[in-house]
Design a protein. Structure first.
Length: 433
């Protein structure tokens, strides 16, 4: 049996296991070890199970993931997300769709101290959805706004997805994180524009709120000092060359902890809950990462990467044609596959093609995360949609997908702009020390 045949059967087996609801990390590990053993021998394949989990778990670069997750957990427990929403509502609530706009800006603010899209969506569902319901928002559009706003959690730094991409491709993680700032702000502006457009054509879906006096608006800004301080400290430190990404994550987690203690928001029970939740989330991510590394050995021994790269590079469609093909592939995969697993599975295969075509790897990292953002809200999977549905069980999935459609459309516009104008992503990293 040829290596190409084994590679094809390996992918068929992987997707078969996923269809049987085997966790993606476990599925990749099974196929990776079994395929490697089939082509070499089982003893070396089983040795991979001994070395890979330890190597991944003790990798210094990967320490950035649990630290950023812990920072987000402490920030949530300290009430920073609720404060962001209240301040945003004070400034924007009187406009048509003001509560929806406040939700988007609060998601963007929370994304700056939390690297998870799912966590951002879940947190804002518990905070913003009851407020929008009381204001008379249609449940589908309200949940759609939250689902879309949650995707900002993996574009605006800190971002677990950028960290994993940097580790897989051996790129500067600090530059990758900073590269997400302008695309994240562009996404925030586009989402606000989408809210305004829907409010203009369907005003009954998005009523106006009460106008907050200017004195109260200005006074409300004092409530977000902790979020602003944390963001400037972590991201500013990386941008100025004071911290590496791992050091920034550690100091950010410590900073969020100290701020929570100083404000009297972190009880012993809350601290314990933050630690347990961070361990659970980290364990889930590391399981997928370990599985991806094991599957990577299978890709190496079957020479899948070289075969795919050779095929794509010979297509008579030019570099941007190949890029467009890769983006379409990611969009299709993102609609039916877990985003984290998708990136870990495909980057080792696609990245050599991108570098040989001469594209900037930092810029391509932003493109990948942008497509992942789309996958978080695209049917039929859309992880953010399912998370929100699990919290707001009375809102049908179909209604949430209808509510998120305007934001999917503007995300395609944003994807086109980021692909056509790499300088949007590369401006800030190019200024770094």
């Amino acid at each position: 049996m040829t290596q190409s045949t084994v590679a094809i059967l390996g992918f068929v087996a992987l997707f078969g296991l996923m269809a049987l609801r085997v966790p993606i990390g476990i599925a990749m590990a099974i196929v990776g070890v079994a395929g490697f053993g089939f082509l070499s021998a089982m003893n070396p394949a089983l040795n991979l199970l001994t070395h890979s989990p330890i190597r991944v778990s003790t990798d210094w670069d990967l320490a950035v993931i649990p630290m950023f997750i812990l920072m987000g957990a402490f920030a949530t427990a300290s009430g920073m997300s609720r404060e962001l929403f209240h301040v945003s509502n004070a400034w924007l609530g009187h406009r048509r769709g003001g509560l929806a706009m406040a939700t988007v800006t609060a998601c963007a603010g929370f994304a700056a101290i939390n690297g998870s899209s799912v966590a951002t969506a879940a947190t804002m569902t518990s905070i913003a959805l009851p407020e929008m319901r009381r204001a008379g928002y249609q449940p589908g559009i309200a949940t759609g706004v939250i689902a879309a706003g949650g995707t900002l959690g993996i574009m605006i730094p800190p971002s677990v997805m950028f960290v994993l991409y940097g580790i897989l491709t051996e790129q500067d993680i600090s530059k990758l994180l900073v590269a997400g700032i302008l695309p994240g702000l562009l996404g925030t502006a586009f989402y606000l524009l989408a809210v305004q457009t829907v409010g203009y054509f369907r005003p009954k879906l998005m009523p106006r709120g009460f106008r907050t006096p200017w004195r109260e608006r200005v006074a409300s800004l004092k409530d977000i000092w902790a979020t602003a301080l944390l963001f400037v400290f972590v991201i500013g430190g990386m941008y100025g060359g004071l911290f590496t990404a791992t050091e920034a994550a550690g100091t950010g987690a410590a900073g969020a902890f100290l701020i929570g203690l100083a404000r009297g928001r972190l009880s012993m029970a809350a601290i314990r809950e933050c630690l347990v939740e961070s361990v659970r989330t980290t364990a889930a991510i590391f399981t997928i990462v370990i599985g991806a590394f094991l599957f990577g050995y299978f890709l190496v021994i079957t020479q899948t990467t070289q075969a795919v790269a050779g095929y794509l590079l010979t297509l008579p469609i030019g570099p941007y044609g190949v890029l467009a093909l890769i983006i379409v592939m990611y969009i299709l995969l993102g609609a039916v596959m877990d985003e984290l697993a998708m990136v870990l599975l495909t980057i080792p295969i696609i990245f050599p093609v991108i570098t040989q075509l001469g594209f900037d790897p930092i810029w391509f990292g932003v493109i990948v995360v942008m497509v992942v953002c789309l996958g978080m809200i695209m049917p039929p999977i859309g992880m953010n949609v399912f998370v929100i549905n699990s919290i707001a069980r009375d809102v049908p999935l179909w209604d949430i997908y209808k509510g998120v459609t305007p934001f999917i459309l503007v995300d395609f516009v944003r994807l086109f702009l980021l692909a056509a104008y790499p300088e949007i992503s590369l401006l800030l990293p190019s200024q770094m020390n």
